[in-house]
Every structure is written in structure tokens, then in C-alpha cells.
Write a protein that binds this ligand. Structure first.
Ligand code: TRP
Length: 451
């Protein structure tokens, strides 16, 4: 077998995985999902999903990846040689390409907004003008194709040149800065006239707004934001060294990721209510609210530039992790060269990314199941494919693979005592799979007969 690298430092492990988890999922997707689903109630269900499903599934991926030091298919074949369990890894590869496609469109908007900020376009406008600005950004075929493809070029150039490690080093600085800038923005938002309405919306749950859709979307959001279910963190964990503490890492990473999502919401919702916007605006929410926040800030010109640069880094460390998952898979399972594997990933992403980029404009009437291709990829990947992957990872680690392996991975071969081991294993075996299965059935309307 080829020699495989290991992450050099402890901070490197956490940083690369945080780079994967923290991204547009936290800052763009979480606020609009929460906004569309009643705020507080969504957040409570989301947090329950992170604790009861997210952390256990993350640990399951860590155990599978680190114990085998292989990509998802190779790992499953090694741990469960009998049977067809490795098939689940194909689902993950499909999901990674779907996500990369629509994610690049939003990352493209991020670069375009950076460009607009630098050109001084984010000041002296009315809300209506910002709304028109977003329509122009998202609906114009050439603009959206251009910025989406530009983002993909960055992504694949980094991967082809093998400078991911360099990007991760930069993002070691960028992610803490992103955290700090969000805190500054939070303070700013909390001083807005109607801030209390936004805070109430976020932290005063209205349980009557909980419906099957809310629960499914909260679980999907947890999988998406924590990069779970497609073998991405499994692949990253395959590079962890044998003394990385898995339980502690999974906990810290999940809490950080959740903190960023909640901070982003504390920035957005006081502004939404103060400026008289609709919390359920959907994918455009954040891009419409932010310019108005910036233009009211002291030094808004610089804040906006800094913010979009940081968001760009958050996005690209996430897309690198998706591409790396697919590329490692092709290299190790099909003996491909790195170049060829990267080319395949790039061609698929460019093709589907272009279709997603046009979904807000010329292809907005091209729908399947009532959704544009962008919406369909977004929905199917997070709400269906990732939870299915997570369900299998949890079942494998909870029931199928050798218990000694699980135990060795948890305790770093017996050198570490894990107080929470029993409750976590209990979640992996029972709570997470049952919760995922029930949420699916609930979402499919299976329990309607009870009423
Ligand atoms: N978690 C990232 C975000 O929040 C997106 C992401 C990266 C992802 N890798 C993934 C989502 C793997 C699902 C699976 O932006």
C-alpha cells in the first residue's frame, strides 16, 4: 500500500475538520432554514439533532476512517468484507458532487459580493436596491456562470497544485478571525432598534410551528453543517494520527460549528426585524440583509470586504473537503492518478454547477418535483442522502464491526479514559439510527394516521 500522510500537528487535525464543517452551511444556510421554520423551535430541534445524531454519527465516521486509514469504500470493505456495505460509499460520492455543484453557486455569489464591496457598491442604497442587486447577481446567466466557474477554478487549482495544506494554514488564521468578526457584527446587530424582536424570534420557541418539514429540515441541516453522511469526515479521519482524541475532537468541532451558526443568526435576525424584512425569504435572505447591515456600520466598507474574504475561505475549505473525498475514493479504489481523479470531479462539478448557476434565471422554470435543479440538489442531498449515509455509518459502528476496534478507537488503544463512552455508544447503537428512521417516516407522513 502507498504511504499515507498524517496530519502533522494536533491543531492541524481540528483545523482541517473545522475548515470542512464551517462554511456556507453555517452562515448562509442555517439562518435561512431557521428563518423559514419559525426560528426558535427550529433551533431547539437542530441542537437536539446535533447532540443525539450529529456527534454520534461524526464519531462513527471517525472510527471507520481512523481505524482503517482508507477512503470510504476501502474502509467499509476492510471492516465488513462480507456483504455489500461498501455500496453506501457510492451514495456519498453522488452526494458530494451534488453538494459541490450548488454550493459553488453560493460561493460564486460570495466572490461577486466581495467584488461589489471592493468597488464600493455596498453603500448608499435602499433595501429595494439591494434586493434588485441580489436578483441581478443570481438571475443573470453570464454573471452567475462566471462567478460559479471562477470559484470552481479556485477549488480545483488548489487541489491540483496540492496546496490544500497551505490553504488550511491560512484558514487556521481565517477561521478564528471569522469567529471574531461575527461577534463584532452580533454586537452591532444587537444595538439595532428592533433587535429584541429578532432575539425573541430566535430564542423564544413557538412549538406550534413544528411540523414534519421542520424536523426533516433541521436534521438535514445538522448533517449538512457538520459535513456528515457522505464519508467526508471519514476520509479526513483516515489521516488522523493514532493519538488524536476522537471523542473530544468530535465534541469540540460540533460545538464550534453550532456556535458559528447561532452567531450568524444573531447577526441576521435583529437586522431582519429592524429593517422590516421577511425571515422566510429563503436562500436570498443573508445576501439581502448583510449589505444593509454593513452600510449602517462605522467603517462598513472595510468590514464588508473582510467579511466576504473570510466567508470565501470558509467556503473553499469546505469544497476542498468534498472534492478530496471523491478524489481519494477514485485514486484508491480505481487506481487513478490524482490528475485524472481531479479532472473527473471537476468535469462533473462544472457541468452540474452550471445548471445550478442558471437555476435562478434562465432555468428557473425547469423543475423536477416542483424544484429547480439547485433546490433539488440542495434538498435531496441534505435531507435524504446524507441521513441515509449517517444511518448506515451508525449501524455499522454500533452493531456490525468488531467491538474491540470501536473501543480501541475511542480510548486510543486503552490509553485514554472516556467518561462519556457509554452514553455515546448508546446513542450510536440506538438513539441515532432510531431518530433518523423516525424522522424519515415522520417526514413521509407515516404517522398521520395517529391523528
Ligand atoms: N459543512 C459544510 C458547510 O457547512 C459543507 C460541507 C463540506 C459538507 N463537506 C461536506 C456537507 C460533506 C455535507 C457533507 O458549509
Amino acid at each position: 500500500m502507498k504511504e499515507r500522510a498524517e496530519f502533522a500537528t494536533k491543531i492541524g487535525v481540528i483545523a482541517a475538520t473545522v475548515g470542512s464543517t464551517v462554511g456556507l452551511g453555517n452562515i448562509w444556510r442555517f439562518p435561512y432554514e431557521a428563518g423559514s421554520h419559525g426560528g426558535g423551535a427550529f433551533i431547539i430541534i437542530y441542537i437536539a439533532c446535533v447532540l443525539l445524531v450529529g456527534i454520534p454519527v461524526m464519531l462513527s465516521e471517525f472510527v471507520i476512517g481512523r481505524s482503517t486509514h482508507r477512503n470510504s469504500r476501502g474502509a467499509l470493505k476492510e471492516l465488513l468484507p462480507n456483504g455489500k456495505w461498501h455500496w453506501i460509499s457510492y451514495l456519498g460520492i453522488v452526494a458530494s458532487m451534488m453538494i459541490l455543484s450548488f454550493y459553488s453557486v453560493v460561493a460564486g455569489w460570495t466572490i461577486e459580493y466581495l467584488y461589489i464591496s471592493i468597488a464600493g457598491g455596498l453603500s448608499h442604497h435602499s433595501m429595494a436596491e439591494y434586493s434588485a442587486m441580489f436578483s441581478a447577481v443570481s438571475e443573470s446567466p453570464w454573471r452567475s456562470l462566471f462567478w460559479t466557474l471562477l470559484f470552481l477554478i479556485f477549488n480545483f487549482a488548489i487541489i491540483l497544485r496540492g496546496v490544500q495544506k497551505g490553504i488550511e494554514k491560512i484558514s487556521n488564521v481565517m477561521m478564528p478571525l471569522l469567529f471574531i468578526i461575527l461577534i463584532v457584527f452580533c454586537v452591532n446587530s444587537l444595538l439595532l432598534p428592533e433587535a429584541s424582536k429578532g432575539i425573541k424570534f430566535l430564542f423564544n420557541p413557538d412549538f406550534s410551528s413544528i411540523t414534519p418539514t421542520v424536523v426533516i429540515d433541521a436534521m438535514g441541516q445538522a448533517f449538512f453543517s457538520l459535513s456528515l453522511g457522505l464519508g467526508c469526515l471519514l476520509t479526513y479521519a483516515s489521516y488522523y494520527s493514532n493519538d488524536t482524541p476522537l471523542v473530544r475532537s468530535a465534541t469540540v468541532i460540533s460545538l464550534l460549528d453550532t456556535a458559528v451558526a447561532i452567531l450568524a443568526s444573531i447577526v441576521i435576525f435583529p437586522a431582519v426585524f429592524s429593517f422590516g424584512m421577511q425571515p422566510e425569504a429563503g436562500p436570498k435572505l443573508v445576501f439581502q440583509v448583510l449589505p444593509d447591515i454593513f452600510q449602517r456600520m462605522q467603517g462598513g466598507y472595510f468590514w464588508s470586504i473582510a467579511f466576504f474574504i473570510l466567508l470565501f475561505f470558509a467556503a473553499i475549505t469546505s469544497t476542498i473537503s468534498m472534492s478530496e473525498t471523491a478524489i481519494t475514493f477514485f485514486i484508491e479504489e480505481y487506481n487513478m492518478s490524482r490528475r485524472k481523479a481531479t479532472a473527473i470531479n471537476a468535469i462533473v462539478a462544472i457541468a452540474f454547477g452550471s445548471v445550478c448557476a442558471l437555476s435562478f434565471g434562465v432555468l428557473k422554470d425547469f423543475t423536477l418535483f416542483g424544484m429547480t435543479v439547485f433546490d433539488l440538489f440542495n434538498y435531496v442531498s441534505s435531507n435524504i442522502l446524507l441521513p441515509i449515509g449517517g444511518l448506515f455509518f451508525a449501524i455499522m459502528v454500533g452493531w456490525l464491526i468488531n467491538k474491540k476496534i470501536v473501543n480501541d478507537e475511542f480510548t486510543n488503544n486503552g490509553t485514554r479514559h472516556i467518561t462519556m463512552a457509554r452514553p455515546i455508544i448508546f446513542c450510536i447503537r440506538y438513539i441515532s439510527p432510531i431518530a433518523i428512521a423516525l424522522i424519515f417516516l415522520y417526514g413521509l407522513g407515516f404517522f398521520n394516521f395517529i391523528k
